[in-house]
Design a protein around this ligand. Structure first.
Ligand code: BDR
Ligand code: CA
Length: 314
C-alpha cells in the first residue's frame, strides 16, 4: 500500500479530504498531524477525531502540533467553516472519547515517520505549513526522506481569500511556506486556490450529493450546510469551494490531473498588501538563477473528481 500522513487544520474541506483518504483502498493513512488554522489547535484535533469516528477509523493516530505560526502573531481564522470549524455541527458528532495517540509533537512524528519510511512517505499539507517547516528545521534531511510533499495552498494570479492577495494557508504562516518551497528536497506538488475555485461544485450537483443516505453522507449533508448557505449569498460565487478535498484527490488518484506545470515559485514575505502571496516566475527569458521548485496542478478532470466524491460517501 501507498502511505501518507495528513497535516491539517481541520475545517470542512479538510474533513472531507480525510474521509477521501481513509476510504481509499490503495492508501494507508499512517497518522494525522494537527495544526492551528481554521480554528484553534484543540478544536482542530477534535474535528479530526469526529471525522475518523464517522468513517469508522478509530485506529488512525492523531497528534498535536503547533499552536501558532513561526513569526506571524495574528491568527487569521475566519467564519468560513463556522465558529467550530465544522460547519457549526461539531457537537452533533461526538469524538467517542478518542484521545491523542501520545504527547509526541506532530513535527517530531513527521521527522520520525519520514526516517522510518525513507522515500516512501507522502505528506499532504492541508493547513498552514508550520508543523512541516518545523520538521524541516528539526531534521535538515526531513524532506529528502519524503517521497512527495503535496500542498493545498498558494495562489497563482494574486487572488486572495483571507488576505487581499494571499491564500489562507500561505497567509497564515508565510515563513513556513517559504522554508518549504525554498528548501524541499523532494518533489513538491501545489494545488493553488484559483484552480480549486475554477472547479467549484454547483448547487444542483451538491443537492443531489447531499441526499446520500449513509453515515458519511449524513456528515457531508450536515457539515456543508453552513458553507453552502454562505456561498450562495455571495454575488457571483459559482459554487462551493472544497480545496483540500481536491488536493487529496490529486494524491490518491493522479488521473484527476489534466495539466500540471513545473514552475519556480516564491512566497512574498514583506509586502504590505501581498504578504503570503505565491509569486510564479513567468518570464520567458531563460535566467540561470531560476530553478523550478514545484509542480502546479492547473487543470482537473471534473468528471473523475465527481465520481470520486460520490464513491467516498457510500
Ligand atoms: C484553505 O483554507 C482553509 O480554510 C481550507 O481548509 C483550505 O485548506 C483554502 O484557502
Ligand atoms: Ca485546510
Amino acid at each position: 500500500k501507498n502511505i501518507m500522513v495528513i497535516d491539517t487544520d481541520c475545517g470542512v474541506d479538510d474533513a472531507l479530504a480525510i474521509m477521501m483518504a481513509v476510504s481509499h483502498d490503495d492508501w494507508k493513512v499512517l497518522c494525522i498531524t494537527c495544526c492551528y488554522g481554521n480554528v484553534n489547535l484543540n478544536q482542530v484535533c477534535q474535528n479530526v477525531m469526529r471525522t475518523l469516528v464517522v468513517c469508522g477509523k478509530h485506529e488512525v493516530p492523531v497528534y498535536k502540533g503547533c499552536e501558532k505560526a513561526l513569526v506571524s502573531n495574528e491568527l487569521l481564522g475566519s467564519d468560513y467553516h463556522s465558529k467550530d470549524g465544522f460547519g457549526g455541527v461539531a457537537s452533533e458528532f461526538p469524538t467517542d472519547c478518542l484521545q491523542l495517540a501520545s504527547p509526541e509533537h506532530a513535527s517530531n512524528v513527521l521527522v520520525r515517520l519520514a526516517r522510518e519510511h525513507r522515500k516512501h512517505l507522502v505528506v499532504v499539507a492541508l493547513g498552514p505549513l508550520t508543523n512541516i517547516a518545523v520538521a524541516q528545521r528539526l531534521d535538515p534531511e526531513f524532506t529528502k526522506n519524503l517521497k512527495e510533499l503535496v500542498i493545498m495552498g498558494g495562489n497563482i494570479n494574486g487572488f486572495g481569500n483571507s488576505y487581499l492577495a494571499a491564500e489562507f494557508n500561505f497567509a497564515s504562516d508565510p515563513e513556513a511556506a517559504n522554508i518549504l518551497l525554498k528548501e524541499a528536497e523532494c518533489p513538491v506538488t501545489v494545488i493553488p486556490l484559483e484552480v480549486c475555485h475554477k472547479y467549484a461544485l454547483d448547487w444542483n450537483w451538491l443537492d443531489d450529493w447531499r441526499k446520500t443516505d449513509t453515515p458519511r453522507g449524513y456528515l457531508v449533508q450536515k457539515m456543508t450546510e453552513h458553507s453552502i448557505n454562505r456561498a450562495r449569498n455571495i454575488p457571483g460565487c459559482n459554487g462551493l469551494h472544497l480545496c483540500d478535498l481536491f488536493a487529496m484527490c490529486v494524491v490518491v488518484n493522479p488521473r484527476v490531473i489534466v495539466k500540471k506545470d513545473e514552475k519556480c515559485v516564491y512566497v512574498e514575505l514583506n509586502g504590505q498588501l501581498t504578504r503570503g502571496m505565491m509569486v510564479v516566475e513567468r518570464r520567458l527569458t531563460h535566467l540561470p538563477y531560476v530553478t523550478n521548485n514545484v509542480f502546479i496542478v492547473m487543470e482537473f478532470n471534473k468528471t473523475e473528481l465527481l465520481k470520486m466524491f460520490k464513491k467516498m460517501i457510500l
